[in-house]
Design a protein around this ligand. Structure first.
Ligand code: UD1
Ligand code: CA
Length: 454
């Protein structure tokens, strides 16, 4: 049976006190809605409908997901009304899986269970037992444990509020059945809304089995309504990703102190020290070691490379057995070949360094093409910017750049050339020779220090 996913995302999220629609709030480097979309996509549905409304076109504009069918709910009259907007586009023979844009951490396996039960002709609803049920709809079961209906917190009696099995809002059911029930929804309740949850009682009354699937972990089904819940979800997601990394063999010095805001893939025996942040897509080879407080975004790092403490790497491709930092900064479009050493307070931008080249202290290498076996002395900088345009510096294999050299680009240093310390190189330096460009040292005979006038 084909599967149609409907994600309800039209609500305002008043309790966030934010100008951003709630489903666009960030969680682990993605929006809440992107998390839901990503999980939904793993079920390979034939369509994903997203019901949007509050915030207008902000939500579709922020996502630009070509596979999504956007459904406008102009007025937010409740979750049942929201689903009604999407249903006309879904044929009767589809299974409908309803997800909430503000329940981002649900797992694909849990959703599978819901879909499977819908395929058996049942109405599946995901529930959870929670310590603090306040605010959620409560599951009312009969003496046999059969789900009878859901009562919203605002409509619940004191006794019903004592029930700690809550409705997560997520459900699955045949489209034909849902269509019939939604047509009968009324808004006679505390919030004057068309509650999707009322279809549970309709199903039970018609003898359709209601399968209350209890979620394995509470964090999976947590709805995010305010900033505290958003922060709690961030912690839960962080924990989940840390556990996954450890299960795949990564050594984390402290699983509570790593942030993965994107995709991190690791080879064998990778070791990550505390407080590291990984963003975008990061690939670490075998036995890579990352020191404390490193920030790494969109990088590929080869086997046995070590990144020392406090280094920031972005958009770089880094070879094997490379050593970077401590306190190094590698900026986008940089390529470091195998065995390169980048030391403390060295910034590399849009530059290539060949095999076994070294810049061990205090340097700026921007728009440079540096061969292999090059030694860049401390304090060396490429003057790549003339105030208007950027220019390239080329340094041949085996060159030795003396400390505190300014390479005024465009300029080329030939292979095997040596540059004397403190030089300002404005013209090409020939291969294999010593070039020096600084005032010569002299000693002034008879010079005396000035004296204070009395
Ligand atoms: C809903 C459930 C409640 C459940 C809780 C779980 C109903 C009536 N209640 O309550 O039983 O315990 O979720 O988190 O369903 N939305 C729309 N259009 C609307 C209203 C809501 O698209 O007109 C969307 C929201 O953007 C959100 C989701 O539906 O993603 C849930 O809406 P929300 O107002 O947060 O429902 P709750 O009061 O939390
Ligand atoms: Ca909610």
């Amino acid at each position: 049976m084909p599967l149609s996913v409907v994600i309800l995302a039209a609500g305002q999220g008043q309790r966030m006190h934010s100008d951003l629609p709630k489903v666009l709030q960030p969680l682990g480097g993605k929006t809440l809605l992107e998390h839901v979309l990503h999980t939904a996509a793993t079920l390979k549905p034939s369509a994903i409908h997203v019901v949007y409304g509050h915030g207008g076109d902000q939500v579709p504009a922020a996502l630009r997901q070509p596979q999504v069918q956007w459904v406008l709910q102009a007025e937010q009259l409740g979750t049942g009304h929201a689903l009604m907007q999407a249903l006309p586009a879904i044929p009767d023979d589809h299974t409908v899986l309803v997800l909430y844009g503000d329940v981002p951490l649900v797992r694909a396996g849990t959703l599978r269970k819901l879909v499977d039960s819908a395929l058996r002709g049942e109405l599946a609803v995901l529930t959870a037992r929670v310590a603090e049920p306040a605010g959620y709809g409560r599951m009312l079961r009969d003496a046999e444990g059969q789900v009878q209906r859901i009562v919203e917190h605002k409509d619940a009696s004191a006794e019903q509020r004592g029930i700690n099995e809550i409705n997560t809002g997520l459900m699955a059911c045949g489209a034909g059945l849902l269509r019939g029930w939604l047509a009968q929804l009324r808004n006679h309740n505390a919030q004057k809304e068309y509650y999707l949850t009322d279809v549970i009682a309709m199903a039970a009354a018609e003898g359709v089995l209601v399968d209350g699937v209890v979620a394995a972990e509470e964090s999976e089904v947590a709805g995010i309504n305010d900033r505290e819940q958003l922060a709690a979800a961030e912690t839960a997601l962080r924990q989940r990703l840390a556990e996954e990394l450890m299960q795949r063999g990564v050594m984390l010095r402290d699983p509570a102190r790593i942030d993965v805001r994107g995709e991190l893939s690791c080879g064998r025996d990778v070791c990550i020290d505390i407080n590291c942040v990984f963003e975008g897509e990061v690939k670490l080879g075998h036995r890579v070691r990352i020191g404390p407080n490193a920030v790494i975004r969109d990088c590929e790092i080869g086997d046995d490379t070590e990144v020392f403490a406090h280094s920031v790497l972005e958009g770089a491709s880094i070879g094997a057995r490379v050593r970077i930092g401590p306190f190094a900064r590698i900026r986008p479009q940089s390529q470091l070949a195998d065995e390169v050493h980048i030391g403390n307070f060295v910034e590399v931008k849009k530059s290539k360094l060949g095999r076994n080249s070294k810049a061990n202290h205090l340097a700026y290498l921007g728009d440079a093409e540096i061969g292999s076996e090059v030694n860049v002395g401390a304090g060396t900088i490429t003057c790549n910017y003339d105030g208007v345009n950027k220019h390239r510096t080329v340094i041949g294999d085996g060159a030795f750049i003396g400390s505190n050299t300014a390479l005024v680009a465009p300029v080329t240093v030939g292979p095997g050339a040596t540059i004397g310390a403190g030089s300002v190189i404005t013209r090409d330096a020939p291969a294999g020779q010593l070039s020096i460009a600084r005032a010569r040292q002299e000693t002034v005979p008879g010079w005396k220090r000035p004296r204070k006038k009395t």
